[in-house]
Design a protein around this ligand. Structure first.
Ligand code: SAM
Length: 291
C-alpha cells in the first residue's frame, strides 16, 4: 500500500497539513516504517477473527494496519488534536473506533463489552508512550481483562526486565509481577531510526500471552507482591538482610531464619536467585507466620 501512513514522506505531509507539533510529554514518537508494523501484527497473531485494542494511535500508522488485518479495532488516544487527523487518515475503514481518553482512566472492560462480539479473541497491540509503559501494562494485567495477548513496543530495558529469568541482571519485582499474569517474551528489537522524532532509547517488542491461571498458588496477592518487592529492596543484600528490614517491627532475625528454613531457602541467597515458585513458598511461610 503506497499510501500507508507509516512512511517518512506521508507522515511529514500529514503533520504539515494539520500543523501538528509533537508533545514530548505525551511520548509522541510515530513509526515511519511499514515493515516494522507488519512484524508487530504478525507477533500479535492478528487475523480477521480478532478484535484489537490499540493504545495511543497517534496519526494512525499502526491503526491502519490493524484495521486491514483485524475484524475490529478500538483505539484510545489522549491527545484531542489527533482526533480529526485520525478521522482523515482512517477514513477508508469502517471497523475502527477512536476513543479520546486517557487509557489509565478508561473503563476498558466496559468498552470490550460494548464494542466486541462475545467470545471474540482480543489482542492489545500498541507502540506505547514510554513515560507510562509500566502503569499501563500493570493496569491491563491487574484488571484481569478478557484479552488473549498484549504485544507492545516499549523501551528495550523495560521489555528485558519484564521478560527476565532468575539470576539475570534484569530480573526483579517487575519480572515477577508481569510473569505472574503472563508468559513474557521479547519478540524483537527495533532501531531508533524507525521513529519520528527519534527517541533517545532503544526499543523492543514485548509479547505477553495471558495465563489462564497464575503459575503458582498465592493466598494473598498483595502480601506476595510486597514480599517480592522487599526481597529486591537492596539488590546486593542477602534475603536475610532485606527481610529483616521489611519485618523489623514484627519479627526478629531468629524468627525470620526459622521461616526461611521452613521454606527450604538459604538466608544467604539474594532475591535475584529466587524463582517464582520459591517466592510463593516464601510468602506462604511468612504469611502463615503473621496469622
Ligand atoms: N501508534 C502511533 C505510532 O506507532 O506511530 C503513535 C505511538 S506514540 C509512541 C504514543 C501515543 O500515545 C501518542 O499518540 C500519544 O498521544 C498517546 N498517549 C500518550 N499518553 C496516553 C494516554 N495516557 N492514554 C492514551 N494515549 C496516550
Amino acid at each position: 500500500n503506497s499510501k500507508a501512513v507509516a512512511t517518512p514522506k506521508r507522515t511529514k505531509e500529514i503533520l504539515n497539513t494539520y500543523g501538528f507539533a509533537f508533545k514530548k510529554s505525551l511520548g509522541q514518537n510515530f513509526i515511519i516504517d511499514v515493515n516494522i508494523l507488519k512484524n508487530i501484527i504478525q507477533h500479535a497473531e492478528i487475523d480477521k477473527a480478532a478484535a484489537a485494542i490499540e493504545i495511543g494511535p497517534g496519526i494512525g500508522a499502526l491503526t491502519e494496519q490493524l484495521a486491514q488485518h483485524a475484524d475490529r479495532v478500538v483505539a484510545f488516544e489522549i491527545d484531542q488534536r489527533l482526533v480529526p487527523i485520525l478521522e482523515d487518515t482512517l477514513t477508508d475503514y469502517d471497523n475502527v473506533s477512536i476513543i479520546n481518553q486517557d487509557i489509565l482512566q478508561a473503563d476498558v472492560r466496559q468498552v470490550i463489552t460494548e464494542q466486541f462480539e462475545k467470545g471474540q479473541p482480543i489482542k492489545v497491540v500498541a507502540n506505547l508512550p514510554y513515560y507510562i509503559t509500566t502503569p499501563i501494562l500493570m493496569k491491563l494485567l491487574m484488571d484481569r481483562l478478557p484479552v488473549d495477548s498484549i504485544t507492545v513496543m516499549i523501551q528495550k530495558e523495560v521489555a528485558e526486565r519484564m521478560a527476565a529469568s532468575p539470576n539475570s541482571k534484569s530480573y526483579g519485582s517487575l519480572s515477577i509481577a508481569v510473569q505472574y499474569y503472563t508468559e513474557a517474551e521479547v519478540a524483537m528489537t527495533v532501531p531508533k531510526t524507525v521513529f519520528m522524532p527519534q527517541p533517545n532509547v532503544d526499543s523492543s517488542v514485548l509479547h505477553l500471552k495471558m495465563r489462564d491461571e497464575p503459575p503458582v498458588q498465592v493466598e494473598n496477592e498483595d502480601f506476595f507482591f510486597k514480599l517480592v518487592q522487599a526481597t529486591f529492596g537492596q539488590r546486593r543484600k542477602t534475603l536475610m538482610n532485606n527481610l529483616a528490614r521489611h519485618f523489623k517491627s514484627t519479627m526478629d532475625k531468629q524468627e525470620i531464619n526459622q521461616r526461611l528454613e521452613a521454606a527450604g531457602i538459604d538466608p544467604k541467597r539474594r532475591g535475584e536467585s529466587l524463582s517464582m515458585q520459591e517466592f510463593a513458598t516464601l510468602a506462604q511461610n511468612f504469611r502463615a507466620h503473621l496469622n
